[in-house]
Design a protein around this ligand. Structure first.
Ligand code: SAH
Length: 223
């Protein structure tokens, strides 16, 4: 693992929830997740520390949950699935996430990649998540309060770009920000959405259509 999380900083629940997380990992295996590093990261990250205390009892259920500002934390399966696709890139130096939200996916990625860049358009979420990741010791995540719909050119190119909000069309501006051997993983659609992956090879871009998904929309501008 690239970093060590300070789970104790969340209080006693962090330690007692380790067993609940190992049940989550068993369920992820039955759902088809098999990358050992991804399963280890899912076992490590205390999902209850990313949501409101009132919802903590649902933290390890395979559901998305509200995180305020009309946004959601993704369901564990989809976080694991997108991370497993990300690990299929040839290198794991730099990953860009569009849609930081509460920082759960950011933290899973931070355990597996050298540096994570993550962009969030809602200022309140950006601030709360920056604080949370500091407390947890996620020191290899670089958060930005910005509109990420065109990626983040300043730190490009990336081994992986993950978009955790859905756009009706392919975000073409991000393709030049991918390294060769890199992958762009993103939901596309509005009411009906599908997960897609674009690989950048020496011969060009290869797009693969994956399963049906359900994300909040990718919106323009900052809030
Ligand atoms: N990655 C999160 C999912 C958060 S939901 C997790 O681990 O659960 C998606 C997030 O994308 C929301 O917080 C939303 O505000 C943000 N978002 C939507 N459009 C965006 C844009 N253009 N740029 C950056 N963030 C955006």
């Amino acid at each position: 693992m690239a970093i060590r999380l300070n789970i104790a900083a969340l209080g006693g629940a962090g330690m007692t929830s380790a067993r609940t997380r190992s049940r989550l990992v068993e369920r992820l295996k039955t759902q088809g997740i098999c990358h050992a590093g991804v399963l280890a990261a899912m076992a490590e990250v205390p999902r209850h520390g990313f949501i409101d205390e009132a919802l903590a009892h649902k933290a390890y259920d395979d559901v998305s949950l509200p995180i305020g500002f009309g946004q959601t934390i993704s369901q564990p399966y989809i976080v694991a699935r997108m991370t497993e696709l990300a690990m299929g890139a040839t290198q794991h130096e730099k990953v860009l996430e569009i849609g930081t939200g509460c920082g759960y996916q950011t933290t899973v990625l931070a355990l597996l990649f050298k540096t994570v860049y993550s962009v969030e358009r809602i200022g309140g979420l950006y601030k709360a998540t920056r604080e949370r990741l500091n407390v947890l010791g996620v020191h290899n995540a670089r958060l930005r309060h910005a509109d990420g719909s065109k990626g983040l050119a300043e730190a490009a190119p990336y081994d992986v770009i993950i978009i955790t909000a859905a756009a009706p069309i392919l975000p073409e501006d991000m393709l030049p920000q991918l390294k060769e051997g890199g992958r762009l993983i993103f939901p596309v659609g509005d009411a009906e959405q599908e997960l897609h992956q674009i690989e950048r090879t020496s011969e060009g871009f290869i797009e693969t259509r994956l399963e049906k998904v359900n994300f909040v929309p990718l919106l323009p501008g900052v809030a």
